[in-house]
Design a protein around this ligand. Structure first.
Ligand SMILES: [Zn+2]
Ligand SMILES: [Zn+2]
Length: 159
């Protein structure tokens, strides 16, 4: 059975390293890309953020590390996921769609969570974007590109 290494990630979602336990020399207190504080534990439950998965005897072939969105232990969104949800919601509120804040929040969460409700959220977002300028659509893409799945991205933005 394999084990997870521990990851060190900045609060904006830059992965500093996905093997901080075996490569402590890579530690950064603040992200060298954006200056945000770094964390290696969930701020809600204290569980370590999972990094690289290693199976003894197998050579790890440098897969690009994937940014986790939610804590595997308590299910709460990590700070970067929370920030994306918040920013996307605020942008959507500018559109005057008539939807309330809580509703927009749920819509964005559904987009990220990859479950049956994600499809409903996609339809809703597409409707909202159809009435908005292309710039708004582009901004929303920039905000969400790191946290939505490739499938969702393609269904909304086509690429
Ligand atoms: Zn950063
Ligand atoms: Zn947690």
């Amino acid at each position: 059975m394999g084990t997870y290494h521990k990851a060190l990630i900045c609060k904006n979602g830059h992965i500093i390293t996905d093997t901080i336990d075996t490569q402590p020399e890579k530690y950064e207190k603040y992200c060298s890309k954006c200056g945000a504080e770094t964390i290696k534990k969930c701020e809600h439950c204290g569980a370590f953020i999972r990094g690289d998965y290693e199976i003894p005897g197998f050579v790890t072939i440098g897969f690009p590390p994937e940014l986790p969105k939610y804590c595997h232990n308590c299910g709460k969104p990590y700070p970067w996921t929370e920030k994306s949800i918040e920013a996307a919601k605020e942008l959507l509120m500018e559109l005057d769609s008539g939807y309330g804040e809580d509703f927009l929040n749920k819509t964005v969460e559904d987009l990220i969570s990859d479950d049956p409700e994600t499809k409903v959220a996609i339809v809703r977002i597409k409707k909202m974007l159809a009435k908005a300028s292309p710039e708004i659509g582009k901004l929303l893409k920039d905000i969400l590109v790191g946290v939505v799945s490739e499938g969702v991205r393609k269904m909304i933005w086509g690429a």
